[in-house]
Design a protein around this ligand. Structure first.
Ligand code: FES
Length: 109
C-alpha cells in the first residue's frame, strides 16, 4: 500500500472545536480541530447515509452528524450508538509549519 502525507488545509482554516471538509482523488475527508487544539482526520461521510460530517457539530471529542444526530468518537472513529453502527475510518494527522497534513493511502489517484 502506498501512503502519502498530503496538505489538507491550514490550521487557521479550522476554528477550534470545528471541522472542515477536504476533497482529494474523488474522496472526501473531515479534518477536525478540538477545543484543546488537537487535529484529527476521518472519512468525510457519515457511515449511516453518507451525509457530510463537515456540516456537523464538534462537541469535545465527538462529531455529531447533522442529518440524524449520529455520533462518532473523533480520535478513534468509533460509532457511539444508533443510528450509526459502522465506525468511521480515521487517518493520521499532523501539523507542519501551520499546515495540516493527513496520511492517506492506496486510494490516491
Ligand atoms: Fe449521519 Fe444518519 S446520515 S446519522
Amino acid at each position: 500500500m502506498t501512503e502519502q502525507w498530503i496538505t489538507a488545509c491550514a490550521v487557521d482554516d479550522i476554528d477550534t472545536e470545528d471541522v472542515v471538509r477536504f476533497d482529494r482523488g474523488g474522496r472526501t475527508y473531515a479534518v477536525y480541530r478540538t477545543s484543546d487544539d488537537r487535529i484529527y482526520a476521518t472519512d468525510g461521510l457519515c457511515t449511516h447515509e453518507e451525509q457530510h460530517l463537515a456540516e456537523g457539530f464538534v462537541i469535545d471529542d465527538i462529531i455529531e452528524c447533522p442529518l440524524h444526530q449520529g455520533r462518532f468518537h473523533i480520535p478513534t472513529g468509533k460509532a457511539k450508538g444508533a443510528p450509526v453502527c459502522i465506525d468511521l475510518k480515521t487517518y493520521p494527522a499532523r501539523v507542519v509549519n501551520g499546515k495540516v497534513h493527513i496520511l492517506i493511502g492506496d486510494h490516491l489517484p
